[in-house]
Design a protein around this ligand. Structure first.
Ligand code: GLN
Length: 461
């Protein structure tokens, strides 16, 4: 059931609020062992939901929360051994906002360590599994929340998206995943990965639900300085012009995804929507630019886990030297992928290499934003595939970081340019969902939802 449908049933007294929560609990009990979607489950959710006012916009919404978002008094691990026993000292702004708007939390979702990965296999707490086929990954890094929504363990989720971590797992699990415009949603209380890309976004089972959640969580917050008071632009359209970029259908995309998305595009056209081919010429440089900037920011953000305030220091005898303290904490606390990125990012930022890597990548980032700016002069929304492949098998790509990183090829561009982007199911191949992605210009969430709702209707028929 969507949030919308749940609310209708609650308001008509067809179901009681505590039943909503208890049905999710029984599903979790039945399935979580196998799927490993949740790292912790909150027993008080049933009491919480009874206290909520039924007029609130998120009444009846039961959320899984990615484990890099702070809920006061609860453990928050970011999927890492280094934070295994860390208890959040305050609530993230999104948590406050969801609560104020009537939503409740049922548990914390598994994730790749510090949100670094595309399969949830980099979690210290073991991989999550795709509920459609448990031999496959649910995508990542917010794989736990995506799997939980897809499997009916909650009716919404909150994740973070730095390069696709909401949209890619949503596509792999057959649900909706939305990354808002950079600066639309506060990240106060969200553990930082790459701060110039990070954005919080919802998982839902329909586009309308994503819009309901977005309306509740967005807005300026003095505790996150990149949030702005530019409110979502109010734009109403009767019809829209949709651009399909040629660069997203070239090498690297699997035949299954290509066929399904091409069919979805032609169905949109047949339904009377104006569709045109467009070009985003710098697309091929997007992933390398993302990798450099992301790793650079990761190396800076992860520097705080030095054992002084966060780390494993309380569990072992005090280190004698600062060097030993680092080895004890960072050497033991971080997994392979985190270490790989810290090393790469430190290198890219080092004297003598900074211009060649970091500055160059930033220039490419500007060119990518410019490509989009020009495209949005011609079209209202852009339609692309969400991922290059169907969900892959657990273990298939974990030893090959390059192959793993290629999963993000279609999603990183929105983070580089700060655009809002949503993924939703557009078809099926070999019994797996295929996701499409819709992008709009900055703060044009109105157009984005209008387009995505239109497409959702067409593809559901
Ligand atoms: N999969 C991407 C990465 O590993 C994106 C991660 C994210 O969005 N948090 O960098």
């Amino acid at each position: 059931m969507t949030i919308k449908e749940t609310q209708e049933k609650l308001r008509k007294r067809e179901i009681a609020p505590e039943d909503v929560v208890s049905s999710f609990f029984s599903r979790i009990q039945e399935r979580n062992k196998e799927i490993n979607a949740f790292l912790s489950v909150f027993q008080d959710a049933a009491d919480e939901i009874k206290k909520k006012d039924e007029k609130l916009p998120l009444y009846g919404a039961v959320f899984s929360v990615k484990d890099n978002i702070l809920i006061k008094g609860e453990r928050c691990t970011a999927g890492s051994k280094i934070l295994e026993h860390y208890i959040a000292p305050f609530d993230a702004t999104v948590i406050e906002k969801i609560r104020e708007n009537g939503g409740v939390f049922i548990g914390k979702g598994n994730m790749d360590e510090f949100a670094m990965g595309s399969s949830t296999e980099n979690s210290f707490f073991g991989p999550s599994r795709n509920p459609i086929d448990i031999k496959r990954v649910p995508g990542g890094s917010s794989g736990g929340c995506a799997a939980a929504v897809a499997d009916g363990m909650c009716n919404a989720g909150i994740g973070s998206d730095t390069g696709g971590s909401v949209r890619q797992p949503a596509a792999f699990c057959g649900v909706v995943g939305f990354k808002p415009t950079y600066g639309a949603v506060s990240r106060h209380g969200v553990i930082g990965m790459a701060s110039s890309f990070d954005q919080v976004g919802p998982f839902t089972s329909g586009v309308e639900d994503a819009e309901i959640v977005f309306n509740a969580i967005s807005g300026k917050d003095s505790r996150d300085s990149v949030t702005t008071s530019i409110v979502r632009k109010k734009i109403s359209r009767e019809s829209i012009k949709v651009g399909v970029p040629e660069e997203y259908f070239v090498k690297g995309i699997s035949n299954e995804v290509k066929e399904a998305v091409e069919k979805a595009v032609s169905d949109v056209e047949k339904a009377g929507v104006e569709v045109m081919k467009i070009n985003l010429p710098h697309t091929e440089y997007a992933l390398p630019a993302y990798e450099i900037i992301m790793a650079s920011e990761v190396s800076a953000n992860l520097a705080r886990y030095d054992g002084m305030r966060y780390g494993l220091e309380f569990e072992r005898p005090a280190a004698k030297t600062i060097h030993d303290a680092y080895i004890n904490n960072r050497g033991e606390g971080f997994g392979k992928e985190a270490k790989r990125r810290i090393i790469l990012g430190t290198y890219a930022l080092s004297a003598g290499y900074y211009d060649a890597y970091y500055i160059k990548a930033q220039k490419i980032r500007s060119l990518i934003a410019k490509d989009f700016k020009e495209a949005f002069g011609k079209v209202d929304a852009i339609l692309t595939p969400a991922t290059p492949t169907l969900p892959f098998k657990i273990g298939e790509k974990i030893k090959d970081p390059l192959a793993m990183h290629l999963s993000d090829i279609f999603t990183v561009t929105a983070n580089l340019a700060g655009l809002p982007a949503i993924t939703l199911p557009c078809g099926e191949k070999e019994n797996f969902p295929v996701g499409a992605q819709v992008l709009a210009d900055r703060f044009n969430e109105d157009i984005l939802f209008f387009a995505a709702k239109k497409f959702e209707k067409i593809w559901k028929h």
